[in-house]
Unconditional design. Structure first.
Lengths: 362, 582
């Protein structure tokens, strides 16, 4: 069994080639943009609401998504680019007198941001502000999730505005959503377990990168990142080669997770699509307690399972392989070219020392 | 307490009828006060004296009954001076800020005590404190080594020079130094009779200012007990012959306790040489004897020891800083049979961190420690083997399987790994605890291992990474750092640690030992205590990743050290599992 933890560490954390999206360096650009958006909304929204003869609503902002959870990864070249998720909360009820339709409120936001960049688009779950960089259109973006805040709703819950231009009123939806509650659920078990929490984050990042490398980004073909996060929530167990010193064993942790995910594929009824079929479910542990994979077709599910099996085969092979060079070459196939492969010469066994300091007394 | 405050209390107490007039108060010579007054107790008017010391209320007030007529009839009152024992002094918290409340409390408790003593429970109250009243009778002292039982039997009373007298049933009951093997003791033996009285036997003990029991009074008292003994057995116990002097031991069941007894000693002289409970004659002279409770069934639980541990045999390998403290701790928990192995002598440089201190310097540690333990703990039965453990094992001087537990604290990692392998290979080997400490107060460890169970010392040296340097994975300091200091050349190399670190590690190992021996610990845990890393870092050394875990995590991880690829225990625990399945 080769020890490839060093390569996993590099793959994850290396300043240049690592997949980890730092919260303080690379994302500074995104944070700056987020702040510009916050300021712009505060400045322009009063005018927009006034224009429509509506009472002014002062937005409150909360970070959310992988940025907030610190599970973000760098995008692949040619992929969908960096993003940051921003919750925008308005004190306005989701229903009853004076309630906005989801789309209307999103349009107000869009209008307040008008002219900030070339491309601002209303997508079903959010309002997205795209940025250009080095001539690349839509190089990175900020997703704004628009909420009707809990203080305005009789059930005390936050509701996400879902709907895009062209959706009829019946297609629009105020959808109960609790990103902070989700984060709490995901990390609760690691409250006093720093090592476990760190490994959990690393494993989520590896799975997301595996997804980016192995699925095309268009449509619902790829499992959503949040789905993989939930699969990890249910299937991850902290794994160490030396528990006493918490020596990381990310390969072991990945093998356990992938085994767990594969074991959960089964023939079941998919409520949203009203069909029976073999699938994996990623159920939110908070409201709306729905399956985040519900929009994937059975064909996509089959492809998901096949690719997971390939991942398992690669992980198992790396586990069996005694030469780190060979093991990492196999891992590179599933995690992409950023996964480092040590040169042959690095991997020769060192001769064991005949004596060392015991460090103890009696 | 000021005069004014005292006068104010007295007037209130008189007005409310707590104390009755005439309440008189006067300062005494020591700066305290004396109050002479009367209490109304069960329809009687009892004259009392309340004595307040100059620093009252640091101590509770002394209350004395002044009425000599009442003295002999009152339990909880010392019959000579009349001091009322109205409260235990142990575990008492007095309200020093409000002395008047202490006075009121003392008077109320006195009234309650006297009322109970004069009421229907008078005899029962005497029985409750029987030992105290017996002690007031005085008489010669005899040390008791006999562990009280519920059967009447004959004991032996020994007398040596210097009026040293003791009592025992069997030789083995006595501490080692009192046994026949001790040539320093020349003893005269006499017959003694142990007689446990029937439960419910109650009487008022003789008063010190009255004549002691006559033979007829004694016979009357023990009659129901004697009648309950089969006559054949009675004849054996009280057979006449050469009984000019002897000792009677009455075991009186303690009220409210199942197994505790009060032991009353009575010496008899018989002009005819017969047993006072076997014959009718009256030519007997009886005198009270004070039995000192030195028997192990009384002393060990009193000192916090566990009786279940007394028969356990423990082998301690290594009598250094940990081993020295550890052997003391084990003795104090009641483990009496220790075998100590160490081939080294105690050097003066280690005096301050060794439990023996100067007493052991220059001596073989094992021998000096044995002598120290036997001097300190009456019942300790310690064997010392002053040679390296390998030699003792090779020579067959030690049969590990004859022990209930082995504890190794040699501080020699290589030796202990060798022992781990060697001891596990012995059929019927006992559990083994390995204990070691780290330098600069950063921590110490104790590992319990059991034969045929996964988890052994070698697991700690089994790294998942074949390229990792050889080291003990439990250590808090980073591996492969050279800690030894030489203050004066290579000959005096030592690892910097203090007695506190050694004794804390010894305490940890001793607790683990008690758990292992009392079966409250069925597993093979690794226990560690974590100290400060300040000194270690100040000396330029580094801590390892394990040090950064919280104490809570360390506790939770107690079984996580087990290496599935351990070359020693993975195999023998597997074979055991396989045989279990067959």
């Amino acid at each position: 069994m080769a020890n490839v933890q060093t390569q996993f560490d590099t793959f994850h954390s290396d300043k240049k080639t690592g997949i980890r999206l730092g919260r303080f360096k690379k994302e500074k650009q995104l944070r700056d943009k987020r702040n510009v958006i916050r300021r712009r909304l505060k400045a322009n929204l009063p005018g927009v609401f006034a224009k429509y003869g509506e009472p002014n609503l002062v937005p409150k902002f909360k970070d959310q998504g992988s940025y907030k959870m610190n599970t973000g990864i760098k995008p692949l070249a040619g992929g969908s680019g960096y993003d940051i998720d921003q919750g925008v909360y308005f004190e306005t009820p989701k229903d009853g007198e004076g309630a906005y339709s989801p789309l209307t409120l999103k349009k107000r936001v869009e209008e307040a941001l008008n002219g900030l960049t070339d491309t601002i688009r209303i997508r079903r779950p959010c309002v997205t502000v795209f940025y250009k960089e080095n001539g690349v259109e839509e190089a990175y973006h900020v997703d704004l999730a628009i909420y009707s805040a809990r203080g305005s709703n009789s059930d005390g819950k936050d509701y996400l505005a879902v709907g895009r231009v062209g959706d009829s009123l019946s297609e629009q939806e105020w959808k109960v959503s609790d990103p902070a509650g989700l984060q709490h659920e995901l990390f609760r078990r690691f409250e006093d377990d720093t090592h476990g929490r760190q490994q959990f984050r690393r494993i989520m990042r590896f799975m997301k990168r595996w997804k980016d490398v192995n699925f095309s980004s268009a449509g619902n073909g790829a499992p959503r990142g949040i789905g993989l996060t939930l699969n990890a929530h249910y299937g991850f167990t902290p794994t160490y080669s030396d528990w006493l010193n918490r020596t990381r064993d990310d390969l072991g942790a990945l093998r356990k997770l992938v085994d767990d995910m594969l074991s959960r594929f089964s023939h079941q009824y998919r409520e949203k699509r009203q069909e029976w079929g073999r699938c994996l479910i990623a159920k939110l542990p908070v409201e709306p307690v729905s399956d985040v994979y519900e929009n994937m077709t059975l064909v996509q599910m089959t492809s998901f399972e096949t690719k997971l099996k390939d991942l398992k085969a690669a992980l198992d092979a790396a586990h069996e392989e005694s030469d780190p060079h060979e093991a990492c070459k196999g891992l590179q196939k599933v995690f992409g070219s950023d996964f480092p492969v040590p040169a042959k010469s690095d991997t020769a066994r060192k001769a064991a020392a005949g004596a060392a300091s015991s460090g103890l007394s009696g | 307490m000021t005069t004014e405050a005292l006068e104010a209390w007295l007037s209130v107490a008189t007005a409310t009828g707590l104390v009755l007039p005439p309440g008189e108060m006067q300062p005494d010579n020591d700066g305290g006060f004396r109050i002479t007054t009367t209490l109304a107790v069960a329809g009687l008017s009892v004259g009392i004296l309340i004595v307040l010391a100059h620093d009252f209320p640091k101590d509770a007030p002394l209350v004395l009954v002044q009425d000599s007529q009442l003295l002999g009839r009152l339990p909880h009152v010392f019959r000579n001076a009349g001091v009322v024992c109205y409260s235990t002094s142990e575990g008492l918290l007095l309200n020093r800020q409000q002395p008047e409340t202490v006075l009121t409390w003392a008077v109320k408790e006195t009234i309650r005590t006297l009322e109970e003593g004069l009421g229907t429970s008078q005899v029962a109250e005497f029985m409750r404190e029987l030992e105290v009243y017996w002690r007031q009778l005085g008489g010669p002292e005899v040390v008791n080594f006999y562990n009280p039982s519920s059967e009447a039997r004959t004991l032996t009373s020994y007398s040596a020079k210097d009026n040293l007298r003791w009592l025992a049933g069997a030789e083995q009951e006595m501490p080692p130094r009192h046994r026949a093997g001790n040539k320093l003791l020349t003893t005269i033996k006499e017959k003694a009779t142990y007689l446990p009285l029937l439960p419910g036997t109650a009487f008022i003990p003789p008063a010190p200012n009255e004549p002691f029991w006559t033979i007829d009074q004694l016979r009357e008292l023990v009659k129901p007990t004697l009648m309950a003994i089969p006559s054949k057995r009675r004849r054996q116990l009280f057979k006449s012959g050469r009984d000019w002097n002897g000792l009677l031991v009455l075991a009186v069941p303690l009220v409210g306790h199942k197994s505790h007894v009060t032991l009353l000693g009575i010496a008899y002289t018989s002009l005819k040489g017969v047993h006072p409970l076997g014959e009718r004659g009256s030519a007997f002279d009886l005198k009270p004897v004070q039995l000192l409770r030195w028997e192990r069934s009384y002393l060990l639980p009193r000192g916090g020891g566990k009786m279940s541990l007394t028969p356990k045999k423990v082998l301690v390998i290594g009598c250094g800083a940990i081993g020295g403290h550890l052997a003391h701790e084990l003795s104090q928990t009641g483990i009496l049979y220790l075998t100590l192995v160490d081939g080294d002598r105690l050097s003066i440089e280690n005096m301050h961190r060794h439990a023996l201190g100067m007493a052991g310097v220059g001596e073989y540690k094992a021998i000096a420690l044995r002598d120290e333990l036997q001097r300190k703990y009456l019942y300790a039965e310690v064997t010392a083997i002053a040679k390296p453990i390998e030699q003792a094992l090779d020579a067959g001087e030690i049969q590990p399987e004859s022990f209930d537990l082995v504890i190794a604290a040699t501080g020699e990692a290589t030796l202990e790994r060798y022992l781990n392998e060697r001891l596990r290979a012995i059929a019927g080997a006992p559990p083994v605890i390995y204990s070691w400490l780290e330098p600069y107060g950063i921590g110490g460890h104790a590992l319990l291992t059991r034969p045929h169970q996964a988890g052994c010392l070698e697991c700690l040296y089994t790294s998942p990474n074949p390229d990792a340097p050889l080291s003990n994975r439990a250590l808090f300091a980073a591996p492969d750092q050279q800690f030894s200091l030489a203050l004066s050349g290579c000959g005096s190399l030592h690892t910097p640690y203090a007695s506190l670190d050694a004794s804390q590690t010894a305490t940890l190992a001793a607790r683990l030992a008690v758990e292992a021996l009392t079966s409250s610990q069925p597993e093979s845990p690794l226990w560690s205590w974590k100290g400060s890393d300040r000194e270690l870092k100040a000396a330029g050394f580094k801590v390892g990743p394990r040090y950064k875990l919280t104490e809570e995590t360390l506790r939770r991880d107690a079984m996580r050290y087990i290496a599935p690829n351990c070359p020693v225990c993975a195999f023998d625990s597997n074979t055991n599992a396989a045989t279990n399945h067959e």
